[in-house]
Ligand binder design. Structure first.
Ligand SMILES: [Zn+2]
Length: 138
């Protein structure tokens, strides 16, 4: 894959417009393990995010890197025209596909994937990706 750094965001963008925040995530966890960040600093999921993690998230098989007591879940927020200003929580691939189809141009909708641990409230943005087809002539 063709990755290029997006320095300002601490993420890595792919040719498809996906920004990957795993490097930034790793850096935070490294600082935590070195004792430079505490659980108070990094396990601070907002109550709204925690609620979304409990009620409308997608499960993973990845053990929480902080408490190692539960698998993290992915909360996906979609932003764009016709969606709530605070974003819409997307839970199924069908919902994603439907937004993708509804978009009149690539990037009309943007999805933010946040990894959350419902046990210790660890959370980190892992990925941002655009939805919408690249239409002819656009
Ligand atoms: Zn945890």
């Amino acid at each position: 894959m063709d990755y290029r750094p997006v320095a300002a965001e601490g993420g890595v963008a792919s040719a498809a417009g996906v920004i990957d925040y795993r490097l930034a995530r790793r850096a935070v966890l490294r600082e935590f393990r070195r004792g430079r960040l505490s659980t108070t600093d990094i396990c601070d999921a907002h109550p709204e995010l925690h609620r979304a993690a409990v009620s409308c998230s997608r499960p993973t098989e990845d053990l929480c890197p902080v408490c190692e007591q539960a698998d993290v879940v992915n909360v996906i927020y979609a932003f764009g025209p016709g969606l709530p200003r605070s974003g819409r929580c997307v839970t199924t691939p069908q919902e994603l596909a439907s937004l993708h189809e509804r978009a009149t141009h690539k990037g009309q909708y943007t999805c933010y994937v946040v990894e959350v641990c419902t046990e210790c409230r660890w959370n980190h943005l892992t990925r941002v990706f655009p939805l919408g087809l690249q239409r002819a002539g656009a």
